[in-house]
Design a protein around this ligand. Sequence first.
Ligand code: HSE
Length: 414
Amino acid sequence: MIQIGLFGYGCVGRGLYKALQQTPQLNATIKKIVVKNKLKPRDINHELFAYDKEEILNDREINLVIELIDDADGAFKILTVALQNGKPVISANKKMLANHLEEILLLQKKYNLPVLYEAAVAGSIPIIRSIEEYYNIDTITHINGILNGTTNYILTQCFKEAKTFETALKEAQLKGFAESNPTMDIEAFDPTFKLILLLAHAFGVVVKPEDVLNFGITQLTLFDIQFAKEKKQTIKLIAQAYQTDKGIAAYVLPKFIGEQHPLYNIHEEFNAVEINGSFNDNQLLKGKGAGGFPTAAAVLADIFALSNQYRYPYLKQQLKPVNFINNDHLLKIYVRYATDEQFEAFHFHQILARYDGNAYRYAIGYITIKQLIQAKLNQGKGAFVAEIEETPIQINSGVKIPIKNKLPAVESIH
Ligand code: HSE
């Protein structure tokens, strides 16, 4: 019998509680739930709740700790003590996992206990175990994914329903998709944490979140939406990791993509991961990436896996040095900026087009990943940055694009 000590009873915790009631074949039951807030009304038997983490960590009958709390530092402490006390751990805390991946690998080795976290990446999509079990026989060359449900929901609402950014974000919060601090979603930190986990499993590289390039969607305006629509494209927030001739390129950026792109039709809170391997060619896994039940589905799968003594077989054997990451790689980038200082922060390697209008200004060209990271640390932070697919947008080198009259005046969609 699996006796679970559960930390956290938010959207995913509640989903897990209900899902477990409908899956008696798992032979797993929640013995105790530790939460922070004593005063919050609860919709289930109050006797299950406790407020001191020791009540789970020191309970000898509890043989599995499931950690679904918001606070990454708290989650790491729980994980560490749980392993020390002989309890395997399931976590959905992508921030904690991405920040402490190397230590977690060592702790697992030291205590000879597994930590599983399928729910931490792309919600219900079985991506980590698929990489471990299926794709690593093949050589993965490129992983490309929509890994954040909140931003995909917002982009869908802005593009298809012409809603404002604020309205769409509020809806995503009400539906339980967003992090308690939604900056994690809209500034692309959340998908960066997830990309770090994929990088480790797919390519054997452990990097720190602050070393991975990301730009979010908070600076998106109607002009960018119009720019994409004119070219029969859309914008998606895409996490990517792929092999280049000098290592792995890895980053999370908004990207203009056309109808032929596998991620073009991934809408609402759905996530999708496209995997290219040497032999499989190209595959797409799609599923709900946020929400109580879809995320709980991945936790259930981890409980089942643990009951069969499962551990990730590949990750720990293959770690490569961080210099395996190629931040000198050039990307084709659209930057819509407001001031000269913002533009100069980008240090374009080559400019293909530049437009300076009264209402909006943008440039398109090649920039290295390293330069983009630097730009974000400087004035570039306030610009809207998106990657451009190599072929579909045709720009004549150095020519200003006469689109000003075709577009409505730019308003912020915020
Ligand atoms: N806030 C996250 C998202 C939840 O929107 O994808 C799932 O990790």
